[in-house]
Design a protein around this ligand. Structure first.
Ligand SMILES: Cc1cc2nc3c(=O)[nH]c(=O)nc-3n(C[C@H](O)[C@H](O)[C@H](O)COP(=O)(O)OP(=O)(O)OC[C@H]3O[C@@H](n4cnc5c(N)ncnc54)[C@H](O)[C@@H]3O)c2cc1C
Length: 409
């Protein structure tokens, strides 16, 4: 078996590689954050990333006008904050530049173009085997950082294969300029569906947004203060249900009754719902006023897609030039992580936050808290401390093998 000294990595030989520290799968914000925290604790690591860049979700799958949904203080990675001159809601380009300087600051160099196809624990040798298309890597620790949004979700919609126009998932949507003057069906009314519809309006397209389920729309700010920030502060002192009541009062006061616009609210409050199901409330950045003015049309569920448009469940039929699927993302962990019952069928940890970061036999997860980058920061610090304790013990007892060892399997 070959040996690898953390990120200083130039292995061309196709033989199994023993990694001294943990293997981290994914070079998004979570993978980088945990690598930085480990490094800060003196533990080297190796990051395997399927794409050829850092934070590929942000670089390759995010639309041009995307800004952080939450104020920057809730989106910082640990140990190295945003530059002072960043605005309250950094743009995607600013966020990407921050992530790149973060990696530079900690000299983190992921191994790119490594698609993790399978990872499993080998009881006989007490190691995780992580297989990519090129190599097999072995380590005591496996950190899953592939994200809650690893793959686009494409729901089955009757007849969609017959549609003559363009069908695109938001992961491929860049700007409304590609849809100027078109009639566009936007399927989904989460943050992406709302923002894409707004972007389409700004490029003179006519979006029709399909709202199949109930949705909580909240103002991004109340009296100049971030709604999310207020909720986080209140939660320290006030029971969750009261905080939800406050959020709904603030929403009614600033946005009016959204039910009348076709956006029916769920019976459960926004934070309670988020905690129970992971469904994120929409933070309005302007779509609601376009709905009010009729520029964004809210449609009930789609019954069927036709060659030239859609039939809706209320009997209406409309022609469309394009369809945008704002139908969200899913985790891909079940596809590649084998022999572990730590994750649900949906690829999320069975144990809820704040205990979702640690599994058994050296398995860890970062960024699966349904709390965005705030959850990433808290997971990373805990994982690094936990592994660093083991690392020191192993180092002290000289159990770690730095040089070539023969694997008996
Ligand atoms: C449009 C949008 C806006 C968002 N805005 C915010 C916001 O404002 N604030 C906030 O806190 N959160 C926001 N989020 C949530 C966001 O996903 C996370 O905050 C952040 O990107 C999570 O980082 P991550 O590293 O956990 O996952 P990701 O950013 O998804 O990174 C995971 C990495 O793992 C890699 N990977 C996946 N599978 C494999 C494999 N098999 N082998 C090797 N590599 C693999 C991927 O290529 C990717 O680079 C937003 C999400 C979306 C989709």
């Amino acid at each position: 078996m070959g040996s690898c000294e953390n990120q200083e990595f130039e292995c061309k030989k196709q033989k199994p590689l023993l990694i001294e520290g943990p293997i981290i799968v994914g070079a998004g914000p979570s993978g980088l954050a945990v690598a930085a925290c480990l490094k800060n604790n003196g533990v080297p690591s190796v990051i395997l990333e399927r794409n050829d860049c850092l934070a590929s979700l942000w670089q390759q799958r995010a639309y041009d006008r995307l800004k952080l949904h939450l104020p920057k203080q809730f989106c910082e990675l640990p140990l190295f904050g945003f530059p002072e001159n960043f605005p309250k809601y950094p743009t995607k380009h600013q966020f990407i530049s921050y992530v790149e300087s973060y990696a530079n600051h900690f000299s983190i160099k992921p191994i790119f173009n490594q698609v993790v196809e399978k990872a499993e624990f080998f009881q006989s040798i007490g190691l995780w085997r992580v297989k990519t298309q090129d190599f097999e890597y072995f380590s005591r620790w496996l950190i899953v950082a592939t994200g809650e949004n690893a793959e686009p979700m494409r729901p089955e919609i009757a007849g969609i294969e017959k549609f003559d126009g363009t069908v695109v998932h938001t992961s491929r949507y860049k700007s409304g300029s590609d849809f100027g003057n078109q009639r566009v069906l936007v399927v989904g009314c989460g943050n992406s569906g709302m923002e894409v519809s707004l972007d389409l309006c700004r490029h003179n397209a006519s979006p029709y947004m399909v709202v199949r389920n109930t949705v909580h729309v909240l103002p991004r700010e109340v009296f100049g203060f971030s709604t999310f920030g207020i909720a986080m502060a209140l939660l320290k002192w006030v029971p969750l249900r009261l905080v939800d009541k406050f959020l709904l009062l603030a929403a009614n006061f600033t946005l009016g009754n959204t039910d009348r616009l076709g956006l029916k609210r769920p019976k459960t409050g926004p934070i309670e719902l988020k905690n129970a199901t992971g469904k994120t409330p929409v933070l309005d950045v302007g779509a609601l006023s376009q709905i009010r003015s009729g520029k964004i049309k809210v449609m009930n569920g789609v019954r069927e897609i036709t060659k030239s448009g859609a039939k809706f469940i209320d009997g209406q039929e409309k022609e469309f030039d394009s369809i945008i699927l704002a139908t969200g993302y899913k985790s891909n962990v079940p596809v590649w992580l084998k022999g572990s019952d730590f994750f649900t069928e949906d690829g999320l940890p069975k144990t809820p936050f704040p205990n979702s970061w640690k599994g058994e036999k050296g398995l860890y997860t970062v960024g699966f808290t349904r709390r965005g980058l705030l959850g990433t920061a808290s997971d990373s610090l805990k994982i690094a401390r936990d592994i660093a304790d083991q690392w020191r013990t192993i180092k002290d007892t000289k159990n770690i093998c730095n040089s070539q060892i023969a694997l008996q399997m």
